[in-house]
Design a protein around this ligand. Sequence first.
Ligand code: SF4
Ligand code: MG
Length: 312
Amino acid sequence: TALLEATGVAVEYHRTGAPPLRAVDHADLTLNRGEILGLVGESGCGKSTLGRAVVGLQRTAAGEIRFDGRPVAPLGLRRRPADLRGLQMVFQDPYASLNPRRLVGDQVGDGYLLGGTSKAEARRRAGELLERVGLPADAVKRYPHEFSGGQRQRIAIARTLAAEPSCIIADEPISALDASAQASVANLLVELVRELDMGMVFISHDLSVVRQIADRTAVMYLGRVVEVGPTRQVWSEPAHPYTKALISAVPRADGAGVLPVELPGDVPDPSRPPGGCRFHPRCPVALPSCADDDPPLTILRDGRSAACVLAK
Ligand code: SF4
Ligand code: MG
């Protein structure tokens, strides 16, 4: 079985005086053990919402999510059942996820206390973790504001590791960091995933980073996953016209490729998605039938899937 499996997931935001916004609609996602899955798409396409849904931080309107074969119910992180401790999230803004008034060592050690470890032991192991993520040994006795953005993200990662996760959902974990810290924090995450044999969903609008680190890439458009496959193949031979457009926007040499991309028209209002294939108003190769037929994500070949009538 897959480490994490989401099928037909929908998430709705309810707003007064407006129709509900389906931020995620019929999204499917599978993460295997030891794998890095890049999740890309334009801002507002629902990647963060899907990420929050699969860890149970977001109520779902439809669909099924399983972690290690067990259903994930939408609950706050603190009330999560013990068998979901292995499923953890790393957020974009490390500072917001740390308590400014508590010592770093205590915050990292909390994860061990939940597992029933003594306080002294938790503190000692917190120190080890902080060293593992590349922070000085005295970091345990310092406060979050004493660290740079990149170091704070390392602290947040150490705190996540204390829960001994087998699966991490990282939502734009390097986007808020300065350029020099971005590569080193991304490398740290990759190293940890390999070393601890975890799975990671790496949500990013930065296509060049995803291309470098992800084993497989999933592309989202307007709340749905429209293509998934081995990263090298998705890039060399995209099956979905939207993926083609995304990839053509990545500059070849300097790797500065960042969404949004140039496509005809604007991203449609997600509260009123187009009928038929959601991409049809912007699709350069749309058929007349695309205005009516909504193609599901379909398995093609070589571990590829795409949601397009033309994808073979
Ligand atoms: Fe384009 Fe039609 Fe494929 Fe949608 S189904 S991506 S509109 S060709
Ligand atoms: Mg986001």
